[in-house]
Design a protein around this ligand. Structure first.
Ligand code: BES
Ligand code: MN
Ligand code: ZN
Length: 494
């Protein structure tokens, strides 16, 4: 079932009159909410009483649930303390509210942002609701209740002034649509998300949203372009590779586009440099960069901002076979650089480099690649922040700040030339791996070579290594849709 959001101007009293299965009320800490709790709305006295006790002390994430309260039309009302009203506090409060409703059948939800200052956080609020109710369905059998997806069908967001909140609400709607789409494709097992199927997903996105154009290249076209590095990764697989080109041209014809490149390794076995067996299923997530580009385009299609954005997705499996590239093989990238493939498991950089060279033709204002590139980045930064590498300070700064605003965090990593020492090869222009140490950085240094000729930059470039943040393992195994939030926030701030 699809979830529909609607925006309304609602006072606390009006929110209580909404007939929903559940009502969530966000309440900033005492100082701010004094007025609201003293005013005569149905739960005023009860909330005031709780505030006087230590139980509801204004810390973000505290919840107070009321059942069948007088003057409240919903079956249950949960008052949420949103602390100081920061984006993080608001996110924590909504997550706590959704957790309090877990297990109940909530089809219709009203969520009230009683304080004017909170409406700027609408995208965060809507994202938290969507995250808490997301249900994966693509490969669930007909016998399970998951098959029908989200139970939540209708979410009414109540704010003080709906006219003023319109823009933030539209951003929220686009964000949720984009993240749902990214999750859908990231979560699919590799046999339901082959390079061919990814190409078809991009095509049908363009078909459903005429503002997006899509072209999908196959092995022949890619060979003609001379993408020998990309092709060397696909050699071992029976699934044909795809090179997906998405175009969203909402801006002026003369405005240089932004190019987003997403790593689309639909399954990474490591190739001949085969990975260990433990947890290898998670290498179906090695196309999360690609999924984030698809998700961002889904959001752009929804919002239609005045921007030009190109999406490039090299999509392939990385498999061992009699045809597979072997350690020591030398391959030639689209710009003519030869590469000694010392480790076939360092395949992400071998598909991104050809996409970076291809990006040059668009004379881009900036190029950002997004990739589950190195386990080392996950070791360095864990699941909190993505690694950000950039040859351009202004670009890096813009991306970092967008990440802070969207609560989709990144951290700048170094690109000193000394890190490239280990990439020297006796048999080619460059090797695809360096000796151990600083693995996330040496990978980025490898990519950097394809953004330059004779030390000259082709375009402002940034690389987001999302290996640690793109999906969760364990009981909550699944895509996080990151960094769709960061990318959308960054694009919209341009
Ligand atoms: N897709 C992996 C990176 C990865 C590993 C992401 C684990 C998330 C979790 C990438 O293709 C890879 O295998 N990288 C190697 C590089 C090494 C061979 C230099 C790695 O990280 O081990
Ligand atoms: Mn690999
Ligand atoms: Zn990989």
């Amino acid at each position: 079932m699809t979830m529909k959001f609607s925006l309304k101007s609602l006072s606390l009293t009006q929110a209580c009159l909404e007939k929903s299965d559940a009502l969530l009320i966000l309440m900033p800490s005492q100082a701010k909410s004094d007025k609201a709790s003293r005013a005569s709305w149905p739960l005023a006295q009860l909330v005031q009483g709780a505030q006087a006790s230590d139980d509801f002390d204004g810390k973000a994430g505290k919840t107070l649930a009321f059942y069948g309260a007088a003057g409240v039309a919903s079956r249950v009302a949960v008052v949420l303390s949103s602390g100081k009203g920061s984006a993080k506090d608001v996110q924590g409060a909504v997550a706590a509210g959704m957790a309090a409703l877990k297990g109940r059948s909530v089809k219709k939800l009203t969520i009230c942002l009683g304080d004017e200052s909170q409406s700027q956080h609408l995208p965060i609020v809507m994202q938290a609701v969507a995250d808490a109710t997301y249900v994966y369905t693509a490969t669930k059998g007909t016998g399970t209740k998951d098959k029908s997806g989200r139970a939540l069908a209708q979410v009414t967001v109540g704010v003080v002034d709906a006219v003023q909140a319109k823009k933030a609400f539209a951003h929220g709607q686009a964000l949720v649509a984009g993240q749902d789409f990214a999750k859908e494709w990231a979560n699919r097992p590799a046999n339901f998300a082959t390079p061919t199927l990814l190409g078809e997903a991009a095509k049908s996105l363009a078909k459903a949203h005429p503002v997006v154009a899509c072209e999908v290249l196959g092995p022949k076209e890619v060979a003609r372009l001379g993408m020998g590095s990309f092709m060397s990764v696909a050699r071992g697989s029976n699934e044909p590779l795809r090179f997906i080109v998405l175009k969203y041209m909402g801006g002026a014809k003369s405005a240089a586009p932004t190019v987003l490149i997403g790593k689309g390794v639909t399954f990474d076995t490591g190739g001949i440099s085969l990975k260990g067996g433990a947890g290898m299923d998670e290498m179906k997530f090695d196309m999360c960069g690609a999924a984030s580009v698809l998700g961002t385009f889904r959001a752009l299609a929804e919002l239609k901002p005045k921007l030009n954005v190109i999406g490039l997705i090299p999509a392939t499996e990385n498999m061992p076979s009699g045809h597979a590239t072997k350690p020591g093989d030398v391959v030639t990238a689209m710009d003519g650089q030869t590469i000694e493939v010392l480790n076939t498991d360092a395949e992400g950089r071998l598909i991104l480099n050809d996409a970076l060279v291809y990006a040059k033709r668009f004379k881009p204002a900036a190029v950002v690649d997004i990739a589950t590139l190195t386990g080392a980045c996950g070791v360095a930064l864990g699941g909190v922040r993505a690694g950000l590498f950039s040859t351009n300070d202004a670009l890096a700064d813009g991306l970092l700040k967008a990440g802070e605003r969207a609560l989709d965090l990144a951290w700048r990593m170094p690109l000193d030339d000394e890190y490239a020492e280990g990439l020297k090869s006796n048999f080619a222009d460059v090797a695809n791996v360096a000796p151990p140490g600083g693995g996330a950085v040496t990978a980025a240094k490898f990519l950097e070579r394809f953004t330059k000729t004779d030390g000259e930059s082709h375009f402002p470039w940034a690389h987001l290594d999302i290996a640690g943040v793109a999906w969760k393992s364990g009981a909550a195994k699944g895509s996080t849709a990151r960094p769709v939030g960061l990318l959308l926030e960054w694009l919209l701030s341009k």
